[in-house]
Design a protein around this ligand. Structure first.
Ligand SMILES: Cc1ncc(COP(=O)(O)O)c(C=O)c1O
Length: 419
């Protein structure tokens, strides 16, 4: 008789989602570019992927700081000073670079305080349940990042009522909060930039609804940190002109190219989160070398060099986004470093990614369940250190793709949004 673990795994391999993925592996063995090995990283955003050198348009290192000599030197400095890890939960102690990094992040963001978690996922799964009690509720945009969803599930497991509202829809938020009453306070969690489509939420409208309904805003700005807003502080300050009644969550892994996530806001809120975030109390911190790197990146973002980096990034984003629209592709979202193009059916989306890969460009084919079924997208990430000629060459490959495959027209986007 097989052991219970073997029988458990066997039964799990027959559940709906595992079967869905397995069928995809079986149906498209040549198309699925998941679990690929990156063998080498070269200059100019080149990677050797699956044995082929390609230009990487699938990296969240939007500012190109992953290869910056100062950031690499900061990691090395941190290793020399602190070793690879300090090995203690922050419930006991914090290394000096951790405290320094939080002070620097708060000063740069323009908030009273900031709290660093080992990732944005751990920020969302620690802070969201930590912010509420059974008298309160948490609601989230239906397309908010999976880690927000997980935060809601943890809150729910502790007896907190939770709900989702229709994507980017202020009326739906208002109705959802109204229907949940009576409650004491509500937390409204949204993404600052939707990572699959590049769309932005109507933050000002959400804030005014939140105020009227005894709620606060919790904005996961992971994809905006370092790359949107003045000094790269993200979407919140730009949209709301301040942090009143808002917690802003940022990533230290994407634009920063280091490791971790943070929640920034009022000192009192950060003090409470430090005591109520289980992911922080019962887990380890970001290792000191990466905290040294975070400090280095905040210095770069706060320096005169930042506008130059941003201008390069913004010009590259515009070049790709406007170029793709000129070709007649259905470009989603706004002018953010994630340029997503609607393809539609899963197989066509995988084929489109493979087509580009074979021509020397790595972009991500994103299919269900990361996006709705039948609404697959080609997701292209633009970096400040992509050369304009590399973007033009990708656009040529996209034009060839458009010639060879029946891709949706831009008008298909309106129908998708209305669905
Ligand atoms: C909006 C959002 N939140 C959270 C995360 C997860 O971040 P981390 O890798 O730091 O856990 C992502 C990752 O892509 C994201 O897009």
């Amino acid at each position: 008789m097989p052991a219970p673990l073997d029988r458990l795994i066997d039964s799990l391999s027959r559940t709906g989602m595992t079967r869905f993925f397995r069928r995809m592996f079986d149906d498209y063995p040549d198309l699925l570019m998941k679990d690929q090995q990156v063998d080498e990283v070269g200059p100019d955003r080149a990677i050797k992927l699956g044995g082929r050198w390609v230009t990487n348009f699938g990296s969240d290192s939007f500012l190109g700081l992953d290869q910056d000599a100062r950031v690499k030197a900061a990691v090395e400095r941190g290793v020399r000073a602190w070793g690879t890890h300090n090995g203690s939960s922050r419930a006991f102690s914090s290394v000096e670079p951790n405290v320094r990094a939080e002070r620097k992040i708060a000063r740069w963001m323009g908030t009273e305080a900031a709290l660093i978690y080992p990732s944005v996922t751990l920020a969302n799964t620690g802070a969201l349940p930590g912010l509420v009690t059974r008298q309160d509720v948490v609601v989230a945009d239906q397309y908010a990042h999976n880690s927000i969803d997980e935060g809601l599930k943890l809150a729910k497991a502790r007896g907190v009522r939770t709900a989702k509202f229709a994507h980017n829809d202020p009326a739906a938020l208002d109705e959802t909060l109204r229907a949940l009453q009576p409650y004491r306070y509500a937390v409204v969690a949204v993404d600052g930039v939707y990572s699959m489509s590049g769309q932005l939420p109507p933050l000002a409208e959400f804030r005014s609804i939140a105020r009227d309904r005894s709620a606060c805003l919790y904005v996961d700005d992971a994809h905006a940190t370092g790359v949107l807003g003045a000094c790269g502080r993200g979407t919140v300050l730009e949209a709301l002109d301040g942090y009143d009644n808002v917690l802003s969550v940022g990533s230290l892994s994407k634009g920063f190219s280091c490791l971790g996530g943070f929640v920034a806001g009022k000192q009192a809120a950060i003090d409470v989160l430090k005591l109520r975030s289980n992911s922080l109390i019962f887990g380890g911190p970001v290792p000191p070398p990466y905290l040294e790197a975070v400090c280095e990146v905040v210095d770069i973002l706060s320096s005169a060099e930042y506008p130059v980096l941003r201008a390069k990034l913004d010009a590259n984003v515009r070049r790709l986004s406007e170029g793709a629209a000129r070709i007649g592709l259905a470009v989603m979202g706004g002018l953010v470093p994630i340029v997503s193009v609607l393809v539609g059916p899963e197989e066509a989306t995988l084929k489109a990614g493979k087509f580009l890969y074979e021509r020397g460009y790595y972009v991500q084919s994103v299919v269900f369940p990361a996006v709705p079924h039948g609404a697959g997208v080609l997701r292209m990430q633009v970096n400040a250190n992509h050369a304009p000629a590399q973007i033009d060459a990708l656009l040529d490959a996209l034009a060839a793709l458009k010639q060879s495959a029946a891709l949706p027209e831009p008008s298909a986007l309106a129908a998708l949004m209305a669905a």
